[in-house]
Design a protein around this ligand. Structure first.
Ligand code: SF4
Length: 456
Protein backbone atom coordinates (compact mmCIF):
# COMPACT_ATOMS: atom_id res chain seq x y z
CA UNK A 1 0.00 0.00 0.00
CA UNK A 2 3.00 2.30 0.29
CA UNK A 3 4.64 3.43 -2.88
CA UNK A 4 7.04 0.50 -2.57
CA UNK A 5 4.16 -1.82 -3.03
CA UNK A 6 5.39 -3.39 -6.23
CA UNK A 7 7.20 -5.79 -3.98
CA UNK A 8 4.55 -8.07 -2.58
CA UNK A 9 4.09 -8.14 1.14
CA UNK A 10 4.54 -11.85 1.28
CA UNK A 11 7.13 -13.31 3.60
CA UNK A 12 10.41 -13.57 1.72
CA UNK A 13 13.24 -15.86 2.62
CA UNK A 14 16.48 -14.23 1.73
CA UNK A 15 19.07 -16.80 0.70
CA UNK A 16 22.37 -16.21 2.45
CA UNK A 17 24.93 -16.84 -0.22
CA UNK A 18 28.50 -15.68 -0.06
CA UNK A 19 29.49 -13.57 -3.04
CA UNK A 20 32.19 -15.20 -5.17
CA UNK A 21 35.72 -14.17 -4.28
CA UNK A 22 34.84 -13.23 -0.71
CA UNK A 23 36.59 -16.11 1.06
CA UNK A 24 38.81 -15.03 3.92
CA UNK A 25 42.57 -15.34 3.30
CA UNK A 26 44.15 -18.44 4.83
CA UNK A 27 46.31 -16.51 7.30
CA UNK A 28 43.52 -14.19 8.43
CA UNK A 29 42.54 -14.07 12.10
CA UNK A 30 39.59 -16.35 12.89
CA UNK A 31 36.29 -14.62 12.07
CA UNK A 32 33.98 -13.90 14.99
CA UNK A 33 31.30 -16.00 13.34
CA UNK A 34 33.53 -18.88 12.24
CA UNK A 35 31.76 -22.19 12.76
CA UNK A 36 28.50 -20.42 13.60
CA UNK A 37 25.28 -20.08 11.67
CA UNK A 38 22.81 -17.32 10.94
CA UNK A 39 19.28 -17.08 9.57
CA UNK A 40 17.67 -13.91 8.22
CA UNK A 41 13.93 -13.89 7.76
CA UNK A 42 12.53 -10.98 5.76
CA UNK A 43 8.99 -9.65 5.64
CA UNK A 44 7.65 -6.95 3.38
CA UNK A 45 8.68 -4.72 0.57
CA UNK A 46 11.67 -4.55 -1.74
CA UNK A 47 13.29 -2.02 0.56
CA UNK A 48 13.29 -4.60 3.33
CA UNK A 49 14.71 -7.22 1.02
CA UNK A 50 17.49 -4.79 0.23
CA UNK A 51 18.12 -4.02 3.92
CA UNK A 52 18.34 -7.75 4.55
CA UNK A 53 20.93 -8.07 1.82
CA UNK A 54 23.04 -5.44 3.51
CA UNK A 55 22.77 -7.18 6.88
CA UNK A 56 23.52 -10.48 5.23
CA UNK A 57 26.75 -9.02 3.91
CA UNK A 58 27.79 -8.14 7.48
CA UNK A 59 26.90 -11.60 8.72
CA UNK A 60 28.88 -13.27 5.95
CA UNK A 61 31.82 -10.94 6.51
CA UNK A 62 31.78 -12.00 10.15
CA UNK A 63 32.15 -15.61 9.01
CA UNK A 64 28.69 -16.97 9.74
CA UNK A 65 27.27 -19.66 7.44
CA UNK A 66 23.78 -19.59 6.00
CA UNK A 67 20.97 -21.70 7.34
CA UNK A 68 17.32 -21.53 6.44
CA UNK A 69 15.74 -22.95 9.59
CA UNK A 70 15.60 -21.26 12.97
CA UNK A 71 16.50 -24.56 14.69
CA UNK A 72 19.86 -24.60 12.93
CA UNK A 73 20.79 -20.97 13.58
CA UNK A 74 23.01 -19.48 16.27
CA UNK A 75 21.65 -16.06 15.52
CA UNK A 76 18.37 -15.09 13.90
CA UNK A 77 17.57 -11.72 12.36
CA UNK A 78 13.89 -10.94 11.85
CA UNK A 79 13.69 -8.04 9.41
CA UNK A 80 10.11 -6.90 9.71
CA UNK A 81 7.41 -4.96 7.90
CA UNK A 82 4.70 -2.85 9.48
CA UNK A 83 2.44 -2.53 6.49
CA UNK A 84 0.00 -5.36 7.00
CA UNK A 85 -2.62 -4.88 9.68
CA UNK A 86 -1.56 -7.94 11.64
CA UNK A 87 2.18 -7.40 11.16
CA UNK A 88 2.97 -7.18 14.85
CA UNK A 89 0.94 -10.29 15.63
CA UNK A 90 2.79 -12.18 12.96
CA UNK A 91 6.15 -11.07 14.32
CA UNK A 92 4.97 -12.01 17.79
CA UNK A 93 4.32 -15.55 16.54
CA UNK A 94 7.87 -15.83 15.21
CA UNK A 95 9.34 -14.33 18.37
CA UNK A 96 7.40 -16.84 20.48
CA UNK A 97 8.91 -19.70 18.54
CA UNK A 98 12.37 -18.18 18.77
CA UNK A 99 12.11 -17.63 22.49
CA UNK A 100 11.20 -21.32 22.91
CA UNK A 101 14.25 -22.32 20.83
CA UNK A 102 16.44 -20.05 22.94
CA UNK A 103 15.19 -21.70 26.12
CA UNK A 104 16.05 -25.08 24.61
CA UNK A 105 19.57 -23.78 23.96
CA UNK A 106 19.35 -23.98 20.19
CA UNK A 107 19.09 -20.37 19.00
CA UNK A 108 21.58 -18.17 20.89
CA UNK A 109 20.62 -14.64 19.90
CA UNK A 110 17.73 -12.88 18.20
CA UNK A 111 17.72 -9.46 16.52
CA UNK A 112 14.52 -7.64 15.58
CA UNK A 113 15.07 -5.11 12.78
CA UNK A 114 13.05 -3.13 10.25
CA UNK A 115 9.77 -1.31 10.60
CA UNK A 116 8.47 -3.17 13.67
CA UNK A 117 11.85 -2.54 15.31
CA UNK A 118 11.24 1.17 14.78
CA UNK A 119 7.65 1.10 15.96
CA UNK A 120 6.16 1.88 19.37
CA UNK A 121 5.52 -1.79 20.09
CA UNK A 122 9.22 -2.69 19.85
CA UNK A 123 10.14 -2.08 23.48
CA UNK A 124 7.22 -4.22 24.69
CA UNK A 125 8.28 -7.04 22.37
CA UNK A 126 11.89 -6.69 23.51
CA UNK A 127 10.88 -7.15 27.15
CA UNK A 128 8.35 -9.90 26.52
CA UNK A 129 10.59 -12.08 24.37
CA UNK A 130 14.04 -11.16 25.68
CA UNK A 131 15.23 -9.94 22.28
CA UNK A 132 18.98 -9.32 22.19
CA UNK A 133 19.02 -6.45 19.72
CA UNK A 134 16.31 -4.14 18.39
CA UNK A 135 17.12 -1.91 15.42
CA UNK A 136 15.00 0.44 13.36
CA UNK A 137 15.39 1.07 9.66
CA UNK A 138 18.06 3.77 9.98
CA UNK A 139 20.58 1.98 12.15
CA UNK A 140 20.85 -1.47 10.66
CA UNK A 141 24.62 -0.87 10.53
CA UNK A 142 24.64 -1.54 14.30
CA UNK A 143 24.17 -5.20 13.43
CA UNK A 144 27.90 -5.20 12.58
CA UNK A 145 28.92 -5.02 16.23
CA UNK A 146 26.26 -7.55 17.16
CA UNK A 147 27.87 -10.13 14.87
CA UNK A 148 31.38 -9.31 16.09
CA UNK A 149 32.59 -6.91 13.41
CA UNK A 150 34.14 -3.54 14.22
CA UNK A 151 31.44 -0.88 14.53
CA UNK A 152 30.67 0.93 11.32
CA UNK A 153 30.24 4.63 10.95
CA UNK A 154 27.39 5.21 8.60
CA UNK A 155 25.24 8.14 7.72
CA UNK A 156 21.53 7.73 7.26
CA UNK A 157 22.07 7.36 3.54
CA UNK A 158 23.51 3.90 3.08
CA UNK A 159 26.73 3.65 1.13
CA UNK A 160 27.37 -0.04 1.42
CA UNK A 161 27.78 -1.76 -1.92
CA UNK A 162 24.65 -2.68 -3.82
CA UNK A 163 23.40 -6.17 -3.41
CA UNK A 164 21.66 -8.70 -5.55
CA UNK A 165 21.97 -12.20 -6.79
CA UNK A 166 24.79 -12.02 -9.29
CA UNK A 167 23.23 -10.90 -12.54
CA UNK A 168 21.16 -8.15 -10.94
CA UNK A 169 21.58 -5.70 -8.09
CA UNK A 170 19.56 -3.14 -6.18
CA UNK A 171 21.15 0.21 -5.49
CA UNK A 172 19.46 2.38 -2.89
CA UNK A 173 19.68 6.01 -3.99
CA UNK A 174 17.51 7.56 -1.30
CA UNK A 175 15.74 6.58 1.90
CA UNK A 176 12.70 7.93 3.71
CA UNK A 177 9.86 10.03 2.36
CA UNK A 178 8.78 13.67 2.66
CA UNK A 179 5.11 12.96 1.92
CA UNK A 180 2.52 12.28 4.58
CA UNK A 181 0.01 10.02 2.88
CA UNK A 182 -2.90 9.44 5.21
CA UNK A 183 -2.61 5.64 5.22
CA UNK A 184 1.14 5.17 5.23
CA UNK A 185 3.51 4.40 8.08
CA UNK A 186 6.68 4.84 6.03
CA UNK A 187 7.45 8.47 6.96
CA UNK A 188 7.13 7.50 10.64
CA UNK A 189 9.39 4.47 10.48
CA UNK A 190 11.83 5.51 7.77
CA UNK A 191 12.02 9.24 8.43
CA UNK A 192 12.41 12.09 5.99
CA UNK A 193 14.02 11.77 2.60
CA UNK A 194 17.79 11.49 2.51
CA UNK A 195 19.58 11.23 -0.86
CA UNK A 196 22.98 9.80 -1.66
CA UNK A 197 25.46 11.82 -3.73
CA UNK A 198 25.41 11.09 -7.45
CA UNK A 199 29.11 10.28 -7.61
CA UNK A 200 28.76 7.62 -4.90
CA UNK A 201 25.85 6.01 -6.69
CA UNK A 202 27.57 6.03 -10.07
CA UNK A 203 30.78 4.63 -8.55
CA UNK A 204 28.77 1.86 -6.94
CA UNK A 205 27.03 1.04 -10.21
CA UNK A 206 30.33 1.00 -12.08
CA UNK A 207 31.80 -1.34 -9.47
CA UNK A 208 28.85 -3.68 -9.74
CA UNK A 209 28.96 -3.72 -13.53
CA UNK A 210 32.72 -4.37 -13.46
CA UNK A 211 31.97 -7.31 -11.17
CA UNK A 212 29.54 -8.81 -13.67
CA UNK A 213 26.18 -7.29 -12.68
CA UNK A 214 23.99 -6.87 -15.75
CA UNK A 215 20.84 -5.34 -14.34
CA UNK A 216 20.72 -2.39 -11.94
CA UNK A 217 17.53 -1.35 -10.15
CA UNK A 218 17.63 2.06 -8.51
CA UNK A 219 15.65 1.90 -5.33
CA UNK A 220 13.88 4.41 -3.08
CA UNK A 221 10.51 5.00 -1.44
CA UNK A 222 10.00 7.94 -3.80
CA UNK A 223 12.88 7.24 -6.12
CA UNK A 224 12.07 10.03 -8.58
CA UNK A 225 12.23 12.58 -5.76
CA UNK A 226 16.02 12.06 -5.64
CA UNK A 227 18.00 15.26 -5.89
CA UNK A 228 21.48 16.24 -4.87
CA UNK A 229 23.65 19.27 -5.49
CA UNK A 230 21.26 20.75 -8.06
CA UNK A 231 20.94 17.44 -9.92
CA UNK A 232 17.59 15.74 -10.28
CA UNK A 233 16.52 12.16 -10.73
CA UNK A 234 16.61 12.30 -14.53
CA UNK A 235 20.26 13.46 -14.44
CA UNK A 236 21.12 10.49 -12.27
CA UNK A 237 19.13 8.05 -14.38
CA UNK A 238 20.91 9.22 -17.52
CA UNK A 239 24.33 8.78 -15.90
CA UNK A 240 23.45 5.32 -14.64
CA UNK A 241 22.00 4.33 -18.02
CA UNK A 242 25.42 5.07 -19.52
CA UNK A 243 27.22 3.03 -16.87
CA UNK A 244 25.01 -0.08 -16.79
CA UNK A 245 23.74 -2.36 -19.55
CA UNK A 246 20.20 -2.55 -18.14
CA UNK A 247 18.51 -0.21 -15.68
CA UNK A 248 15.17 0.11 -13.96
CA UNK A 249 13.92 2.17 -11.01
CA UNK A 250 11.21 1.92 -8.41
CA UNK A 251 9.08 3.34 -6.86
CA UNK A 252 8.03 6.65 -8.33
CA UNK A 253 5.66 9.33 -7.07
CA UNK A 254 3.46 11.12 -9.62
CA UNK A 255 4.29 14.54 -8.18
CA UNK A 256 7.99 14.00 -8.78
CA UNK A 257 7.81 12.30 -12.15
CA UNK A 258 9.23 14.67 -14.76
CA UNK A 259 8.36 14.46 -18.43
CA UNK A 260 12.03 14.37 -19.32
CA UNK A 261 12.44 11.22 -17.23
CA UNK A 262 9.62 9.59 -19.16
CA UNK A 263 11.21 10.68 -22.44
CA UNK A 264 14.60 9.38 -21.33
CA UNK A 265 12.99 6.00 -20.77
CA UNK A 266 12.02 5.92 -24.41
CA UNK A 267 15.24 7.35 -25.79
CA UNK A 268 17.86 5.47 -23.83
CA UNK A 269 18.42 1.94 -25.02
CA UNK A 270 19.48 0.62 -21.61
CA UNK A 271 16.45 1.71 -19.55
CA UNK A 272 13.65 -0.84 -19.15
CA UNK A 273 10.43 0.77 -20.36
CA UNK A 274 8.27 -0.26 -17.45
CA UNK A 275 6.76 2.50 -15.34
CA UNK A 276 5.35 1.78 -11.91
CA UNK A 277 3.50 4.92 -10.88
CA UNK A 278 1.14 4.52 -7.92
CA UNK A 279 -2.05 6.54 -8.37
CA UNK A 280 -4.06 5.17 -5.39
CA UNK A 281 -7.36 6.74 -6.51
CA UNK A 282 -8.95 8.38 -9.53
CA UNK A 283 -11.00 10.76 -7.39
CA UNK A 284 -9.59 14.21 -6.68
CA UNK A 285 -11.56 14.28 -3.45
CA UNK A 286 -9.90 11.08 -2.24
CA UNK A 287 -6.46 12.13 -3.48
CA UNK A 288 -6.84 15.24 -1.32
CA UNK A 289 -7.95 13.24 1.73
CA UNK A 290 -4.99 10.92 1.18
CA UNK A 291 -2.61 13.95 0.84
CA UNK A 292 -1.24 12.61 -2.40
CA UNK A 293 -0.39 16.05 -3.73
CA UNK A 294 -1.74 15.73 -7.30
CA UNK A 295 -5.04 15.54 -9.14
CA UNK A 296 -6.23 12.75 -11.40
CA UNK A 297 -5.91 14.93 -14.49
CA UNK A 298 -2.25 15.57 -13.80
CA UNK A 299 -1.69 11.84 -13.43
CA UNK A 300 -3.46 11.21 -16.75
CA UNK A 301 -1.22 13.75 -18.46
CA UNK A 302 1.89 11.97 -17.14
CA UNK A 303 0.60 8.71 -18.56
CA UNK A 304 -0.04 10.34 -21.93
CA UNK A 305 3.59 11.48 -22.01
CA UNK A 306 4.74 7.99 -21.01
CA UNK A 307 2.62 6.26 -23.66
CA UNK A 308 3.94 8.57 -26.33
CA UNK A 309 7.56 8.29 -25.18
CA UNK A 310 7.54 4.53 -24.57
CA UNK A 311 4.81 3.06 -26.80
CA UNK A 312 5.87 -0.47 -25.96
CA UNK A 313 6.30 0.13 -22.22
CA UNK A 314 4.41 -1.65 -19.45
CA UNK A 315 2.51 0.52 -17.00
CA UNK A 316 1.60 -0.55 -13.49
CA UNK A 317 0.14 1.23 -10.49
CA UNK A 318 -1.11 0.85 -6.92
CA UNK A 319 -4.75 1.47 -6.03
CA UNK A 320 -6.31 1.60 -2.58
CA UNK A 321 -9.93 0.51 -2.39
CA UNK A 322 -12.18 1.55 0.49
CA UNK A 323 -10.08 4.29 2.11
CA UNK A 324 -12.26 5.95 4.78
CA UNK A 325 -14.66 8.36 3.14
CA UNK A 326 -14.61 6.70 -0.30
CA UNK A 327 -18.04 6.95 -1.91
CA UNK A 328 -19.52 5.13 -4.91
CA UNK A 329 -18.83 8.28 -6.91
CA UNK A 330 -15.14 8.25 -5.90
CA UNK A 331 -14.92 4.60 -6.87
CA UNK A 332 -16.45 5.39 -10.28
CA UNK A 333 -13.75 8.01 -10.84
CA UNK A 334 -11.11 5.35 -10.12
CA UNK A 335 -12.73 2.98 -12.60
CA UNK A 336 -12.70 5.74 -15.21
CA UNK A 337 -9.03 6.39 -14.60
CA UNK A 338 -8.25 2.69 -14.88
CA UNK A 339 -9.94 2.67 -18.28
CA UNK A 340 -8.22 5.84 -19.45
CA UNK A 341 -4.74 4.75 -18.40
CA UNK A 342 -5.19 1.11 -19.51
CA UNK A 343 -2.80 -0.21 -16.89
CA UNK A 344 -1.02 -3.43 -17.77
CA UNK A 345 -1.18 -4.44 -14.13
CA UNK A 346 -2.00 -3.01 -10.73
CA UNK A 347 -1.48 -3.81 -7.08
CA UNK A 348 -4.91 -3.31 -5.62
CA UNK A 349 -5.16 -3.02 -1.86
CA UNK A 350 -8.24 -3.18 0.27
CA UNK A 351 -7.80 -0.45 2.85
CA UNK A 352 -6.80 -1.67 6.27
CA UNK A 353 -5.94 0.75 9.07
CA UNK A 354 -2.37 0.98 10.37
CA UNK A 355 -1.87 2.19 13.93
CA UNK A 356 -0.08 5.53 13.94
CA UNK A 357 -1.49 6.71 10.61
CA UNK A 358 -4.05 9.44 10.09
CA UNK A 359 -6.40 7.18 8.13
CA UNK A 360 -6.64 4.74 11.05
CA UNK A 361 -8.45 7.45 13.03
CA UNK A 362 -10.67 8.68 10.21
CA UNK A 363 -14.41 8.32 10.18
CA UNK A 364 -16.36 7.00 7.21
CA UNK A 365 -15.17 3.40 7.17
CA UNK A 366 -16.41 1.56 4.09
CA UNK A 367 -18.23 -1.73 4.85
CA UNK A 368 -16.29 -4.88 3.94
CA UNK A 369 -18.82 -6.10 1.39
CA UNK A 370 -18.69 -2.77 -0.44
CA UNK A 371 -14.88 -2.83 -0.41
CA UNK A 372 -14.90 -6.35 -1.81
CA UNK A 373 -17.30 -5.38 -4.61
CA UNK A 374 -15.20 -2.36 -5.57
CA UNK A 375 -12.01 -4.41 -5.37
CA UNK A 376 -13.34 -6.98 -7.82
CA UNK A 377 -14.56 -4.33 -10.24
CA UNK A 378 -11.16 -2.70 -10.38
CA UNK A 379 -9.37 -6.03 -10.57
CA UNK A 380 -11.50 -7.13 -13.53
CA UNK A 381 -10.98 -3.82 -15.33
CA UNK A 382 -7.20 -4.00 -14.88
CA UNK A 383 -7.03 -7.64 -15.93
CA UNK A 384 -9.10 -6.95 -19.02
CA UNK A 385 -6.74 -4.13 -20.02
CA UNK A 386 -3.69 -6.27 -19.27
CA UNK A 387 -5.04 -9.16 -21.27
CA UNK A 388 -5.88 -7.01 -24.29
CA UNK A 389 -2.49 -5.30 -24.24
CA UNK A 390 -0.70 -8.63 -23.95
CA UNK A 391 -2.76 -10.11 -26.80
CA UNK A 392 -1.56 -7.32 -29.06
CA UNK A 393 1.99 -8.49 -28.47
CA UNK A 394 1.38 -12.01 -29.76
CA UNK A 395 3.53 -12.56 -32.83
CA UNK A 396 6.04 -9.84 -31.98
CA UNK A 397 9.70 -10.71 -31.71
CA UNK A 398 11.34 -9.68 -28.47
CA UNK A 399 14.77 -9.54 -26.94
CA UNK A 400 14.14 -11.17 -23.57
CA UNK A 401 16.34 -10.78 -20.51
CA UNK A 402 16.34 -14.00 -18.51
CA UNK A 403 15.54 -13.33 -14.86
CA UNK A 404 15.15 -16.93 -13.73
CA UNK A 405 16.47 -19.99 -15.49
CA UNK A 406 14.47 -23.09 -16.22
CA UNK A 407 12.48 -24.25 -13.19
CA UNK A 408 11.19 -27.74 -12.39
CA UNK A 409 7.96 -26.79 -14.13
CA UNK A 410 9.92 -26.42 -17.37
CA UNK A 411 9.67 -22.64 -17.75
CA UNK A 412 12.19 -19.82 -17.58
CA UNK A 413 11.09 -16.30 -16.68
CA UNK A 414 12.25 -13.25 -18.55
CA UNK A 415 11.45 -9.63 -19.26
CA UNK A 416 11.19 -7.66 -22.49
CA UNK A 417 12.77 -4.24 -22.90
CA UNK A 418 9.27 -2.86 -22.43
CA UNK A 419 9.19 -4.50 -19.00
CA UNK A 420 6.63 -7.22 -19.81
CA UNK A 421 7.05 -10.56 -18.05
CA UNK A 422 7.61 -13.50 -20.39
CA UNK A 423 7.49 -17.21 -19.64
CA UNK A 424 9.70 -19.22 -21.97
CA UNK A 425 9.39 -22.93 -22.48
CA UNK A 426 12.36 -25.32 -22.34
CA UNK A 427 12.98 -25.29 -26.05
CA UNK A 428 12.89 -21.52 -26.45
CA UNK A 429 14.94 -20.77 -23.34
CA UNK A 430 17.52 -23.29 -24.56
CA UNK A 431 19.49 -23.43 -21.32
CA UNK A 432 19.74 -19.64 -20.91
CA UNK A 433 20.86 -18.48 -17.46
CA UNK A 434 19.84 -15.36 -15.52
CA UNK A 435 21.48 -12.38 -17.20
CA UNK A 436 21.41 -13.91 -20.70
CA UNK A 437 19.30 -12.56 -23.54
CA UNK A 438 17.10 -14.73 -25.73
CA UNK A 439 15.42 -13.60 -28.95
CA UNK A 440 12.02 -15.19 -29.28
CA UNK A 441 8.61 -14.49 -30.67
CA UNK A 442 5.60 -14.24 -28.41
CA UNK A 443 3.34 -17.20 -29.05
CA UNK A 444 0.46 -16.50 -26.66
CA UNK A 445 -0.55 -14.23 -23.82
CA UNK A 446 -2.57 -14.17 -20.62
CA UNK A 447 -3.59 -11.22 -18.43
CA UNK A 448 -0.37 -11.37 -16.41
CA UNK A 449 2.33 -12.66 -18.76
CA UNK A 450 3.45 -13.30 -22.30
CA UNK A 451 4.50 -16.77 -23.41
CA UNK A 452 7.26 -17.80 -25.78
CA UNK A 453 6.94 -21.39 -26.97
CA UNK A 454 4.47 -23.91 -25.63
CA UNK A 455 2.38 -22.49 -22.79
CA UNK A 456 2.95 -25.42 -20.42
S1 SF4 B 1 3.97 8.56 2.58
FE1 SF4 B 1 5.67 8.35 1.11
S2 SF4 B 1 6.12 6.15 1.05
FE2 SF4 B 1 4.09 6.38 2.00
S3 SF4 B 1 2.64 6.15 0.28
FE3 SF4 B 1 3.03 8.35 0.55
S4 SF4 B 1 4.70 8.79 -0.88
FE4 SF4 B 1 4.66 6.57 -0.61
Amino acid sequence: MTDMADATHATTRVPLTRKPGKAAPADAAPSPGAGKTACIRTFGCQMNVHDSDRMRRMILDAGYAEVQAYEEADIVVLNTCYVRENAVDRVRGHLGELSRLKKEGRVKKVALTGCVGAAEEASGLERQFGIDLVLGTHNTYELAEFVGLPGMEETRTPDLPGTGDGDSAFVTIMTGCNYQCSYCIVPTVRGRMACRPMEDIVAEVEGLVAGGTKYITLLGQTVDAWRYDGKRFCDLLERVSEAAPRVWFTTSHPSNMEDRTLRAMGERGTIVGRLHLPVQSGSDRMLKIMHRGYKAERYRRKIEVFREAVPDGALSTDIIVGHPGETDGDHDRTLELVEDCAFDSAYIFKFSPRGGTEAAEMEGRVPDDVVQKRFLQILRAVEKNGFEANQRKVGSEEEIYIRRGLSDSGQAIGETWGGHAVRLDREVSNGAEPGDYVRASISSAGPHALYAGARG
